[in-house]
Design a protein around this ligand. Structure first.
Ligand SMILES: [Zn+2]
Length: 235
């Protein structure tokens, strides 16, 4: 007698494929999002260097302004030198002038250091830029791939669902409804293989008498532990 177990098994194979694909489908948008974030992180790395460079440029301008101010002071001292009457005043002004000139030299040193830092950072920026270009291209490629994968999986699920509908035609309504009940209660898997005396759905031992009945396949049997239909695959 035809019990329909083979058809049920076929149906459950399709259902488990659909489950696997749907799980993949759930993960893909997250993976795509993650890739987009990676790409943004690269950009912010570049922005960080750009900001550092801006800060240095600002600092350099400030230092240049300081030099300007000190030079203005020297000009004034120079004018005063022509007007002073005593030797003491004259000497004091010359000392002040010398002091300011030292100050200017110090600031010029600082500016040189800033310029070295700028040069260093600019090189780094070029490196990062190149790296970002390469990495972003790779990431974009990966995103495209994932999107393609997403479409492929969607199509495959559609195909499987159509196949499922066809197979369903060959199963009686009461049996199909029992199948659906078990499927919903048992993580989408309503038919389990009976292998080596064990139910492959719940990994529990099938009583030996029942197991031999399952092998004979003259009737439909369910696992006494998990309630799934048992199917023995004859080799
Ligand atoms: Zn079981």
């Amino acid at each position: 007698m035809e019990t329909g177990i083979e058809t049920l098994y076929q149906l459950s194979q399709i259902d488990s494929q659909i489950i696997k694909l749907e799980n993949l489908l759930k993960k893909l948008p997250q993976e795509i999002q993650q890739l987009k974030e990676e790409s943004e992180a690269l950009i912010s790395k570049l922005e960080h260097v750009n900001n550092e460079l801006k800060k240095l440029e600002k600092l350099k301008k400030e230092k240049e302004l300081e030099i300007q101010e000190q030079e203005d002071r020297i000009v004034k001292i120079q004018q005063n030198l022509d007007r002073v009457k005593t030797n003491e005043e004259y000497k004091a002004l010359l000392r002040e002038k010398a002091h300011i000139e030292e100050l200017i030299m110090d600031i010029e040193d600082e500016i040189l250091q800033i310029m070295e830092q700028q040069e260093h950072l600019e090189k780094e920026r070029e490196e990062i830029k190149k790296q970002v270009e390469i990495e972003r291209k790779k990431i974009e490629e990966k995103i495209k791939q994932k999107q393609k994968e997403l479409e492929t999986i969607k199509n495959k699920i559609q195909q499987l669902k159509e196949e499922r509908e066809k197979i369903k035609q060959n199963i009686s309504k009461p049996l199909l409804s029992k199948y659906e009940t078990i499927r919903q209660a048992r993580d989408g898997l309503a038919v389990a293989l009976a292998q080596d005396g064990t139910c492959a759905g719940c990994y529990m031992i099938i009583p030996p008498k029942l197991y031999s009945e399952v092998i004979k396949a003259e009737e439909l049997f369910t696992c006494p532990h998990c309630g799934r239909f048992l199917y023995y695959e004859s080799k």
